[in-house]
Write a protein that binds this ligand. Structure first.
Ligand SMILES: Cc1cc2nc3c(=O)[nH]c(=O)nc-3n(C[C@H](O)[C@H](O)[C@H](O)COP(=O)(O)OP(=O)(O)OC[C@H]3O[C@@H](n4cnc5c(N)ncnc54)[C@H](O)[C@@H]3O)c2cc1C
Length: 319
């Protein structure tokens, strides 16, 4: 097939996973289109500074995203951004993606890399203080809170493990949790409870954020007594769950109970010719480096798949 709207591979999502897949595919002379519903870069563009991407120092997420985008385009990758997917047909040899402007694109292979989002408390001001005192990633932002007093919200394994890891930086960590017990493994609860830098405010939740340019304090409401107190803090880390952006592929590829895409080690999904990479797949550690690694594997596996179906097709013609 050789038409303007037919590609060898379509990548859905232009975060680090999708951009990396685009770089590898295009460099292998595979005609590739990346479709992204927002601004190219994904969660990287929400990140003031990415200090843990190997080989690059003092770079903003926005800059890193733009370098990856430029690299993909240099190799000939087409990118369509700020557009929504209306319909997606992943069955059969030729996959079809219909966009909100009525245009459609087809391909033999698809890589899904739509990323995800941290669950928020949904309180007014949360968006304004993101990166200015509110964080959803201890690995990414812990260092910015060296010798500070911080709050961790949540009561699951992530909240307790991240609270303990944040004690490497912060001088005091207060865990705020809505219930009187934790939903975490006993050893994680014990480790947090026995840590000298960690305090607990149970049966409570944050109800308001206060500050000028940076978060300065929060209101904490005791859910049993109804009493609210103002609590001074340098930062709040929220670990109350993660939501993969996979609603649009529900029923089209296998997802686990949390909506994460189930992949094999080569990033192939339950559907032939469909691969997935990055924060949207079943995995534990979600970072730019891990997304980039997944994107690489998915692109190499998709290249191999395209090579195999082309060889099969040529054999049929010869026969
Ligand atoms: C505030 C913050 C700070 C962080 N700091 C760091 C850090 O310092 N270091 C680090 O390594 N990691 C950091 N991370 C984590 C890192 O950004 C993510 O792990 C990484 O971006 C995941 O890459 P991804 O490509 O899988 O997904 P994403 O970056 O989420 O990109 C997915 C893209 O897909 C698009 N998309 C979603 N649904 C659709 C759809 N239906 N159709 C088309 N497009 C779609 C989205 O618009 C988005 O552009 C941070 C995350 C956050 C939120």
């Amino acid at each position: 097939m050789n038409t303007d709207n037919h590609y060898d591979a379509i990548v859905i999502g232009a975060g680090p996973a999708g951009l990396t897949a685009g770089i590898y595919l295009s460099r292998a002379r595979i005609k590739t289109l990346i479709i992204n519903e927002g601004t190219v870069g994904g969660q990287m563009i929400l990140t003031h500074e990415i200090a843990n991407y190997p080989g690059v120092e003092n770079i903003s997420g926005y800059q890193l995203a733009n370098i990856m985008k430029k690299q993909a385009k240099t190799f000939g990758c087409d990118i369509k951004s700020n557009i929504n997917i209306e319909d997606l047909d992943l069955k059969g040899d030729i996959k079809k993606v219909v966009l909100s402007d009525g245009s459609f694109f087809t391909s033999e292979a698809v890589i899904l890399s739509p990323g995800g989002r941290s669950r928020t408390l949904g309180i007014a001001g949360e968006d304004n203080f993101k990166g200015k005192g509110i964080s959803y990633c201890a690995t990414c932002d812990g260092d910015f809170f060296t010798d500070k007093e911080i709050i961790v919200v949540g009561g699951g394994n992530s909240a307790l493990e991240e609270a303990v890891s944040l004690t490497k930086y912060a001088k005091k960590v207060t865990i705020v949790h809505q219930f009187d017990h934790f939903q975490a493994f006993e050893h994680a609860v014990e480790e947090a409870k026995s840590h000298p830098k960690i305090n607990f405010v149970m049966e409570s939740t944050i109800t308001a954020y206060h500050g000028q340019d940076h978060l300065e304090s929060v209101d904490i409401k005791n859910l049993r007594t109804g009493k609210t107190v103002n609590f001074k803090t340098d930062g709040v880390f929220i670990f109350i769950g993660y939501v993969p952006n996979t609603e649009f592929v529900k029923g089209k590829v296998e997802l686990n109970q949390w909506g994460e895409i189930v992949v094999k080690p080569d990033m192939s999904t339950s559907i032939e010719g469909v691969y997935a990479a990055g924060d949207s797949i079943v995995k534990r550690y979600r970072q730019v480096t891990t997304a980039v690694a997944d994107g690489t594997i998915a692109a190499l596996a998709a290249s191999n798949y395209l090579h195999e179906i082309k060889a099969k097709h040529n054999k049929l013609i010869e026969a």
